[in-house]
Write a protein that binds this ligand. Structure first.
Ligand SMILES: *Cc1c(COP(=O)(O)O)cnc(C)c1O
Length: 352
C-alpha cells in the first residue's frame, strides 16, 4: 500500500484567510493602531539586544511578568504561547484524551472544533439561543449528562460580539467538573473578565491574546492564566521554546507602556461605538447590528453575500457568515468608507 493520509486529516483544507491587496481590512478583528515612533524605536533596540544565536527563555519569564503586571494577575499563574491558537491546540491535545468530550457552542470561534477534531476528541456542540446567548443551565446539564471534560467558549464571543456576565461564567465553572476554558480574546473591550478568579478554581482557564486589543497580531503571542496545577501541566506539555526571542522581547516592550495600551483600547472602543452609531444613523431596515461588545459588529443583513461582494469590489474586506456579517472597527475614515458603501448598496435597491 502506498502512503496515504489518515482519515482525520485527509479531507482538511488549509486555513485560507482572504489575501490580496484590499485597502480597507475590516475582516480579522485586528487593531487598527500601529506602534508609534517611540515604541518602534524601543522595539528596534530590543531586537538589537536579542541573543540571536541562543534559544529563548522557555518560560518567557520577562514577557509573562509584563503581561501579568498589565492585567494585575500573578505571573506564576501565566504561561505564554505562540498565539492563543497554540494554547487552544495544547488544550485539545493534552488536556483531553482521545475520545473524551469537548463541549463548545455555535455560533462561536470555529477553531475550537477544529483543534478538537485533530486531537480525536468527541465534540458536543450546543446551539445558542435565538438571541445568540450561551445557555448556562443547558451547558451545566449537558456537561454532567455526557461526562464532558472540557468546555470552551469565547467571551465576548467571536463572531456574535456579545458578552456574557461574569456571574454566568462563574456559575458554569462552579457547577461542572469539566475544565472551563474562557477565551477572553476580546475582554479588553468589555468588562466581565474572570481573570482575577483563576486561583480560586481548580477548573478555570482564561486565555488572552496580544492579537486584538494589544495590536500585535504579527508577534503571535497568547497567554493562558490558571491555577498552579494547570499552569504546571501547560509548561510540561508545551514545546520547550514555543515563543521566539523576538516576540518575547517585543512583547515585553509593548507591556512596558501600559498607559499607551489603555489609550489605544479606548480609541478602539470609541471606533466600535461610532461604527455602531453610524450604522444605526443610516436607518436602513435591511441591516441590523446584533452585537457590539468586542472590537467588531455582528450584523444580520439582507442579501448579505451580495453586500459582502459589493464591498470587496470597492476594496473593503469584512467577514461573512451566511446571513450575518462581522465588521471590525477600523480607523475613522475606514468606518466612513464602509458606511458609505453599505448605504449605496441598499439605496440602489440591491438589498431587496
Ligand atoms: C483572534 C482570536 C484569538 C487570537 O488568537 P491568536 O492565536 O492569539 O492570534 C483567540 N480566540 C478568539 C475567539 C479570537 O477571535
Amino acid at each position: 500500500m502506498p502512503f496515504q493520509l489518515n482519515d482525520k486529516i485527509k479531507n482538511l483544507s488549509p486555513y485560507d484567510p482572504i489575501t490580496g491587496n484590499y485597502p480597507i481590512r475590516l475582516d480579522a478583528n485586528e487593531s487598527f493602531l500601529a506602534p508609534d515612533e517611540p515604541t518602534l524605536e524601543a522595539i528596534t533596540r530590543a531586537v538589537q539586544g536579542a541573543a540571536f544565536n541562543r534559544y529563548p527563555d522557555p518560560y518567557a519569564g520577562e514577557l509573562c511578568r509584563g503581561f501579568a503586571a498589565f492585567y494585575g494577575v500573578d505571573p506564576q499563574l501565566c504561561v505564554a504561547g505562540n498565539g492563543s491558537d497554540e494554547l487552544l491546540s495544547l488544550l485539545a491535545q493534552a488536556f483531553l484524551q482521545k475520545g473524551e468530550k469537548l463541549l463548545s457552542f455555535t455560533p462561536d470561534f470555529s477553531m475550537y472544533r477544529f483543534y478538537g477534531t485533530i486531537s480525536e476528541t468527541e465534540q458536543v456542540v450546543l446551539e445558542k439561543s435565538a438571541a445568540l446567548q450561551l445557555d448556562v443551565e443547558a451547558a451545566i446539564q449537558t456537561a454532567a449528562q455526557q461526562d464532558v471534560k472540557l468546555i470552551l467558549f469565547s467571551n465576548p464571543c467571536n463572531p456574535t460580539s456579545l458578552g456574557m456576565s461574569r456571574a454566568d461564567v462563574l456559575r458554569l465553572v462552579e457547577h461542572t467538573q469539566a475544565l472551563v476554558v474562557v477565551d477572553e480574546a476580546y475582554m479588553d473591550f468589555y468588562d466581565q473578565s474572570v481573570l482575577d478568579c483563576v486561583a480560586e478554581y481548580e477548573n478555570l482557564v482564561v486565555l488572552r491574546t496580544c492579537s486584538k486589543a494589544i495590536g500585535m497580531a504579527s508577534l503571535r503571542l497568547g497567554f493562558a492564566v490558571a491555577n498552579e496545577t494547570v499552569i504546571r501541566a501547560f509548561r510540561a506539555v508545551k514545546s520547550p521554546y514555543n515563543v521566539n526571542a523576538l516576540s518575547q522581547a517585543i512583547g515585553t516592550v509593548v507591556f512596558s507602556e501600559p498607559e499607551k495600551l489603555r489609550k489605544g483600547i479606548c480609541s478602539i472602543c470609541a471606533s466600535r461605538d461610532s461604527l455602531k452609531a453610524g450604522l444605526q444613523a443610516l436607518q436602513l431596515p435591511q441591516i441590523v447590528c446584533l452585537g457590539a461588545d468586542a472590537n467588531f459588529l455582528y450584523c444580520s443583513a439582507q442579501n448579505a453575500e451580495a453586500l459582502f461582494a459589493f464591498l470587496m469590489n470597492r476594496g473593503i474586506i469584512i467577514r461573512s457568515f451566511g446571513e450575518h456579517l462581522r465588521i471590525t472597527a477600523g480607523k475613522p475614515e475606514e468606518n466612513s468608507a464602509l458606511l458609505q458603501a453599505v448605504q449605496t448598496f441598499y439605496e440602489r435597491g440591491a438589498g431587496v
